[in-house]
Design a protein around this ligand. Structure first.
Ligand SMILES: Cc1cc2nc3c(=O)[nH]c(=O)nc-3n(C[C@H](O)[C@H](O)[C@H](O)COP(=O)(O)OP(=O)(O)OC[C@H]3O[C@@H](n4cnc5c(N)ncnc54)[C@H](O)[C@@H]3O)c2cc1C
Length: 285
């Protein structure tokens, strides 16, 4: 199938892009990497009357570091995170996650901000944003900029709190202290496909004990989320094989999985246990 007819706009600046969004409202869609929007348009699941191509707005596609935070620009592509774009544990974590996103052609075009705006529950960046306490900067022509916590950004499957006239113009991630470790694991029905369950663990370890720990799961529920009750089981304790199993069991009990054509809810719960355990083990290697 081909896409329905639309007017094409190629703004040269963010101001111009948000101005076009204000003019055309619900009938307009931003085009970033096009890796989700274009297939949706070709299948006619999306039929925007106006397509606003933001690929000409900013040349800077590299992150900047300011005040202990990494600022990710709107057109930073998945591939730009690997090799490591930011020094230290945060850069290593982002580089690893980028390698899990689909195939090379998707990674070459798709963007970090586009993936967040697209709000697929199986987005690796969505899970990272929630686990790493990202702050998202949304801008509109009429109301200016507002900052949203990642935890309040995702509303439901494929839905965010972004208004029709808002563009995600920056995502900020706090740098991780040196010595921070991470573990990630996901299960995909086939290579390059979206995952059906994923877990990300970020922790620091003081001598024999685990200090601060964050555990998040994605692709299991409509939005990615952290599991504070599972984190509390591990924080301040010496990790053993038995304890990690208890934490993974708790993660599986805490989620309320959805079912779809690739995995029913019961299997997703089982997979949550598996990916959580592997991510925990990897974080402690
Ligand atoms: C075969 C295949 C496999 C894939 N597998 C994965 C995977 O495993 N993991 C994963 O995370 N993704 C996967 N994707 C999706 C891919 O990562 C997309 O790149 C991403 O979801 C959307 O980013 P984009 O830049 O391509 O956005 P686009 O497709 O251009 O846009 C997607 C949506 O976001 C909106 N948007 C884009 N940028 C902004 C912005 N700055 N502000 C506000 N709204 C914006 C658009 O209007 C549109 O509604 C896959 C895609 C394909 C085709």
């Amino acid at each position: 199938m081909t896409a329905a007819a639309f007017d094409y706009h190629a703004p040269g600046s963010i101001d111009e892009a948000v101005g076009l969004l204000a003019d055309h409202g619900t009938s307009a869609r931003l085009l970033a990497g096009g890796q989700s929007l274009v297939p949706a348009m070709l299948a006619r699941h999306a039929r925007p009357a106006h397509v606003i191509d933001i690929n000409r707005i900013a040349r800077a596609e590299r992150p900047t570091v300011l005040g202990g935070r990494v600022r990710i620009p709107p057109l930073m592509r998945h591939i730009d995170f690997d090799p490591v774009a930011v020094r230290g544990p945060l850069g290593e974590l982002l580089a690893e996650l980028s390698g899990h996103i689909s195939h090379l052609p998707v990674r070459l075009r798709g963007t970090f901000c586009g993936a967040l705006a697209n709000a697929d529950p199986a987005s690796e960046w969505g899970l990272a944003a929630v686990v790493l306490d990202a702050e998202l900067v949304a801008r509109s022509a009429k109301r200016g900029a507002r900052v949203l916590a990642a935890t309040e950004f995702f509303e439901a499957m494929s839905a965010t709190v972004l208004a029709d006239d808002e563009m995600l113009v920056e995502v900020q991630l706090p740098l991780l202290p040196s010595g921070t470790r991470h573990g990630f694991c996901e299960v995909c029905p086939r290579a390059g496909h979206y995952a059906v369950a994923m877990a990300l663990v970020v922790l620091d370890r003081d001598m024999d004990e685990v200090g601060d720990v964050r555990i998040g799961v994605g692709a299991v529920e409509p939005v990615p989320r952290r599991l504070p009750d599972a984190e509390a089981l591990l924080s301040g304790r010496a990790p053993s094989r038995k304890l990690l199993r208890e934490v993974a069991d708790a993660a599986a009990d805490l989620v309320d999985p959805h079912g779809d054509a690739f995995a029913d809810a019961a299997w997703r719960r089982d997979l949550t246990r598996t990916v959580a355990l592997r991510a925990l083990e990897r974080s402690l290697r």
